[in-house]
Design a binder for this molecule. Structure first.
Ligand SMILES: [Zn+2]
Length: 141
């Protein structure tokens, strides 16, 4: 097990990813959609791992939907750092972590380009359910 610590810039949003393999086994996926490119985001996921978000105060996370409107992005309402993408299906939450928020990303494998915009609206959520963290908890404290 590897634990990756991550946060937004002002640390109102603090994440902890528990991974089944060492960090250098993970190739972040740099999504080529307009939104992710403008943020320079690349995504880390592990379907067998877990992802926790601790959010300081109810008003510290902003949520945004774009594209096919299926995923929801979470950014800090104060420092504007994009931290996570989430997808909910039948009350189950899946999520991906923006690797730019991780301390020590140098340990990760080389990034790969992902092109979810080429997938159909039906295929996208199926892919997310296979790849993304499936054990996701968001705590407001
Ligand atoms: Zn912040």
């Amino acid at each position: 097990m590897t634990v990756a610590h991550a946060s937004c810039h002002c640390r109102r949003l603090v994440m902890e990813a528990t991974l089944t393999r060492p960090l250098h086994d993970y190739a972040p996926r740099a999504c080529d959609c307009d939104f992710c490119r403008k943020h320079g985001a690349a995504w880390l996921t592990d379907p067998s791992g877990s992802l926790r978000l601790r959010q300081r105060g109810n008003d510290s996370a902003r949520r945004y939907r774009q594209g096919s409107d299926q995923a929801e992005f979470i950014a800090c309402a104060y420092c504007a750092v994009l931290v996570m993408a989430t997808y909910e299906s039948d009350g189950h939450l899946f999520a991906a972590l923006n690797v730019r928020t991780i301390e020590g990303t140098a340990d990760l494998a080389a990034e790969q380009v992902a092109q979810p915009r080429l997938l159909s609206a039906e295929d996208k959520p199926l892919r997310w359910q296979q790849l993304w963290f499936a054990d996701v908890r968001i705590e407001v404290g």
